[in-house]
Design a protein around this ligand. Structure first.
Ligand code: HAM
Length: 420
């Protein structure tokens, strides 16, 4: 019979590597949990229109990469390609913005789906940890998010990442720039698809990686020269606050991002050891998104960091996370009676908060000790019929190799004492 494989562009997280993903999610969310962000979880799929309107019909994410489908009931849904539109939808639906405590600060962690051409660092199923601060126009909020992401990466030991920063202007100044850019682009020798893109979303053309396009873009109007005074002042304040926090960044006027909802502050975290998929995270301000999906004006800002790429970045820097072994005590029972006694002791240890595991499957001493080694446990508890007849079990320190007989009734306290 045919066997099954994980679908193209996906992969399974399996031990021992999977523990790294948990540690990365934990490290990214810790600064958020410490800064007033509440946890939110939304469904893995949404009305397709939410993403079409929110992320933008002309973006690659929506036009080419979305897993959209019709349900048996005739609903048009899509697997979520990103988290921002969903989180804002949920906040609006629950009227979080009406409870008088803006900004509403939320964080999330989950799976996202994009029908992309798979390669290293680019998958069809990937995971992000994200944060959204909804309902306040305050440069300190933009700065807070950038500082927290920097702190998250540093807490993992990452060093070779850079923060790229830009402002995309607002609904006053961006249209003026857009016009100017479009008329510049119309004078270039571009292929048909790029000409079309220039008409729908000219800023995206700046992002084109092809050298022949980049060559022609020399001398293109720069958004910075078109920013209105309010946007300029806002951006300067964000820059000043990040600088004061000691977080280094690079101004990158070409940074436009692949989602349509951005206004003003945009940023990306890039890692230099990842090759072409170098963006480990990104985000920005999206002051118009709420209105785009039918809500009131709620200026907001957020980011999402890619868990998969963060793990690749750790590998690129040769960083081994200091993850303690999950098992402290491994019980090796030799014979039926020992099995019953030690199984009971393992349950007691677990109840006492000690991580413990047991040699299942009736293995002999050699095989069971191999399992004990593999588990990374600090102690092995070994007992056979003779030990029990004497009312003891053997407690073996797996680091030093020392072994001592401990009365059965004192095992829990002895182990707890030695672990402390
Ligand atoms: P994004 O830049 O599309 O932004 O994705 C954020 C991060 O998710 C990327 O930097 C990358 O690490 C990871 N990522 C994206 N696509 C893939 C993929 N195919 N395979 C592996 N990793 C991937 C957003 O999603 C916005 N919602 C961020 C945001 C939040 N903006 C405001 N608030």
């Amino acid at each position: 019979m045919a066997t099954f494989k994980a679908p193209k562009g996906t992969y399974d997280l399996i031990p021992p590597v999977s523990v790294k993903y948990l540690a990365v999610r934990e490290a990214i969310s810790a600064p958020l949990r410490n800064s007033g962000y509440g946890y939110i979880e939304t469904p893995g799929f949404e009305d397709v229109g939410l993403f079409a309107r929110g992320v933008g019909e002309s973006t690659d994410i929506v036009s080419k990469e979305m897993y959209a489908f019709e349900t048996k009931g005739g609903d048009q849904l899509a697997l979520r390609p990103e988290g921002t539109a969903s989180v804002l939808r949920a906040a609006l639906e629950a009227s979080l913005h009406k409870q008088g405590n803006l900004p509403v600060k939320l964080w999330y962690s989950g799976s996202y789906y994009r029908y992309e051409r798979p390669q290293k660092g680019r998958y069809r199923h990937f995971s992000q940890v994200g944060a959204e601060a909804i309902g306040a126009e305050d440069p300190a909020l933009d700065a807070e998010l950038i500082i927290l992401a920097d702190q998250a990466y540093r807490s993992l030991g990452l060093r070779n990442f850079r923060i790229l920063l830009n402002s995309l202007g607002d609904k006053e100044c961006r249209p003026v720039y857009r016009e100017a850019l479009q008329s510049f682009l119309r004078g270039l020798d571009l292929d048909e698809e790029t000409v079309r893109r220039a008409e729908i979303n000219p800023l995206r053309v700046l992002d084109d990686k092809r050298p022949d396009v980049q060559k022609q873009l020399v001398g293109a109007p720069v958004l910075r020269d078109y920013l209105c005074d309010a946007c300029k002042a806002y951006h300067e304040e964000v820059r000043a606050l990040i600088t004061a926090a000691g977080v280094a960044f690079e101004d990158d006027e070409k940074l436009v991002r692949g989602l349509d909802y951005y206004t003003r502050t945009t940023f990306e975290f890039v890692h230099d050891g990842l090759g072409s998929q170098s963006a480990v995270g990104g985000g920005g301000r999206y002051d118009g998104l709420s209105e785009m999906i039918g809500g009131p004006a709620l200026p907001s800002v957020g980011w999402a960091l890619g868990v998969d790429r963060t793990v690749l970045a750790l590998e690129a820097e040769g960083i081994e996370l200091d993850i303690p072994a999950s098992t402290s005590v491994f019980a090796v029972a030799l014979g039926e009676e020992a099995r019953r006694v030690l199984f009971g002791k393992v349950t007691e240890l677990r109840k006492a908060g000690v991580a413990a595991d047991f040699s299942f499957g009736g293995k002999g001493l050699k095989g069971a000790m191999k399992d004990a080694n593999r588990s990374g446990a600090r102690f092995a508890v070994v007992a056979g019929e003779r030990d029990l007849a004497e009312g003891v079990v053997q407690l073996k320190d797996m680091e030093s190799g020392d072994q001592t007989a401990v009365p059965v009734g004192e095992l829990i306290d002895t182990v707890r004492g030695r672990l402390a």
